[in-house]
Design a protein around this ligand. Structure first.
Ligand SMILES: NS(=O)(=O)c1c(F)c(F)c(S(=O)(=O)CCO)c(N[C@H]2CCc3ccccc32)c1F
Ligand SMILES: [Zn+2]
Length: 263
């Protein structure tokens, strides 16, 4: 598709020119404000299967020009939803070293340093991500808010390879590790709403689960994430730093955000 960026002449306020869904309803991310919340007692703990990957497994870490992404094996899935949602990839959104606020979802207008997304597709109904990505029941994304604090050994398992994917379209193979370690300790407390991809083509195809509790990474880890990557190819004469790759909050309209917790 057409090229898009987060700012400048191809920035997010122009996405809808080439990607009409980006200007439509049910868009993500949103600012999750207290008055939108409704407790839903049917929302049980999120259960994930086969997230504990052996170091004998190879995963592809890549720079796709918009984010750093990690491919995930099809044996990983979410088992607590009405349909099986199989993992496809994970990626992050972050700010910059000068402005360490880069999460996509806000909570009561607070923007966190970064946000992790683990993207899954409805494998009960669709054979792969590409067939699922534009279907209203196609995707389920687990979101984790990230703040700067204690060093995070789980994130280090891929951050330590980030200098191998500095430039667009670079990829490296990394050993598998326990992906569950990237999620917060409690998977029973989360926000739930119907939304979209936060990048073009912005299909309204995502069942969003954003965990209530943030995880931490150290300042050094955050700076590595925020300063190591470029959205340009290695041979490009003008290197374009890849940072602040977050979409602004979108209109909630008449949507309600369900919560799995009481207070
Ligand atoms: N925030 S988000 O979860 O909406 C989201 C992203 F923010 C994002 F950057 C990507 S991407 O693939 O890294 C780059 C643009 O598609 C995807 N990738 C998805 C969308 C399309 C697709 C196809 C195959 C595998 C993954 C994806 C994504 F779902
Ligand atoms: Zn994302």
């Amino acid at each position: 598709g057409a090229k898009w960026t987060y700012s400048g002449q191809d920035g997010q306020q122009y996405w809808s020119k080439h990607y009409p869904y980006c200007g439509g309803p049910f868009q993500s991310p949103i600012d999750i404000e207290s008055e939108l919340l409704r407790f839903d007692p049917t929302l049980g703990p999120i259960e994930v299967q086969n997230y504990d990957l052996s170091p004998d497994e190879q995963l592809t870490l890549g720079n796709n020009g918009h984010s750093v992404q990690l491919s995930l094996p099809g044996k990983m899935y979410i088992s607590s939803l009405p349909r099986r949602y199989t993992a496809a990839q994970l990626h992050l959104h972050w700010g910059s070293s000068s402005k360490p606020a880069g999460s996509e979802h806000l909570v009561n207008s607070r923007q966190y340093a970064a946000e992790l997304h683990v993207v899954h597709f409805n494998s009960d109904k669709y054979p792969n991500m590409s067939m699922a990505v534009d279907k209203s029941d196609g995707l389920a994304v687990l979101g984790v808010l990230i703040e700067v604090g204690e060093f995070n050994p789980a994130f280090e398992q891929f951050l330590k390879f980030i200098n191998g994917v500095k430039y667009r379209d670079q990829k490296v193979q990394i050993p598998g590790f326990n992906i569950r370690g990237l999620l917060p300790p409690r998977l029973d407390e989360y926000y739930r709403y119907d939304g979209s991809l936060t990048t073009p083509p912005c299909y309204p195809s995502v069942l969003w689960t954003l965990f209530r509790n943030p995880v931490t990474i150290s300042r050094k880890q955050f700076v590595a994430l925020a300063t190591s990557l470029y959205s340009s190819h290695a041979q490009d004469s003008t290197p374009l730093p890849l940072n602040s790759n977050f979409r602004k909050p979108q209109a909630v309209d008449s949507r309600v955000v369900l919560v799995s917790f009481k207070e």
